[in-house]
Design a protein. Sequence first.
Length: 432
Amino acid sequence: MTQDSGIISTKAGRRSRLVRRLAAVVTSGLVVGSALTVATATASAATDFYTPPSTFSATPGSVIKSEASPLLLQIPGAPNQWPGSATKVMYTSRYQDGKPAATTGTVVEPTAPWQGKGARPTVVVGPGTIGQADQCAPSKMMAFPMSVDLSKPSVGVNYTAPEMYYLLTHGVRVFVADYIGMGTPGIHTYVNRRETGYAMLDGARAALHASGAPADSPVGFAGYSQGGGAAASAAELAETYAPDLNVKGTYAGAPPADLSKVIDAIDGTTISGAIGFAINGLTARYPEVAKVVQHETNPAGKAALRRISQDCIGDIILQYAFQRTNSWTRTGEPLSAVINRHPEVGKVVDEQRIGRLAPNAPVFLEGGLNDDVIPYGQVEQLARDWRAQGADVRFVTNPTPPIMTKTIVNHVVPMLATLLPGMEFLLGEFNS
């Protein structure tokens, strides 16, 4: 299969300006230590925003409620703040069974003008693995990309800032999705193909509604890891679920397109606990999975899954790094082997596979040759699957050699290397 190798070149001046801006933000954030959000009992007022009203519009993408949300180092109420004005929104999406779901996200209207072709575009950013508990919602960490909840304790990290700030400085409207069940009631259904894709597509609709933008404004999707899966799902669901959206392109980095391959790869890494995120999400939606999990897990496994449902990414690293899921099962098998023994569970896992529908716009797809979290082969297979259906796919292989395997270094380095090419790809599609 023909592949594009290396990294797309960009203008040195543009990159230099971006680096200076981001460096200034990071440096200021480190100096202003008081900006760190420490959750206390007084946070109850903020929690109220995430409680849906008893009735709300069932139309996908409808804005249920909204409120201003400060970004890093911004002064509340000050006009024309760089890099934009943020609004937290609750909007209508869909559960996998089609029922209306209230979910949340943040739309940011950039200060910079859009100097490209046509109307200002909107990019919906899907966060990477950030957690499963309500306190992990990205919209709760827009003022500072980290939160500490001393009552649990819990450490949350929101690392969507690089792509968000890059797009905003280029005049692109950004919507950062929280995903269904993150902040709002119910379990966050981690890597559920339909629910993450729906949340992204309806996030685009909500962003256009909240900003008063034309309904046919250009739209794109972006994400890495879990976010890459969400972006990829949105890309292939757009034609059938949201044909009203004017989708121009998608950047999907290291998407977990085939969970049957990803679960085994993550086992024993620094983020082994993310398997618990996946199992909890599937258990909440599929009774057949809940039955098997109840039967096959031992007391330690059941306790781990309960605890993980209340964890953020920092928590699972501290609690479960390098542990293997065979310590969670009654037979001593890893969870991947348990799944293989139960065809009904294997069928559910297979339902989450991305690649059986074709994106209706060009896609920039990235896979790390030695990624120690998201296996390269299943990303390569996604490119094949989409191309076989006639999709326009640019597949880039990141060649980073193995570095401290199982520590997710080989997952993080390709993310950093592919960020700018992915964003440049989207800008190029908006101007095509």
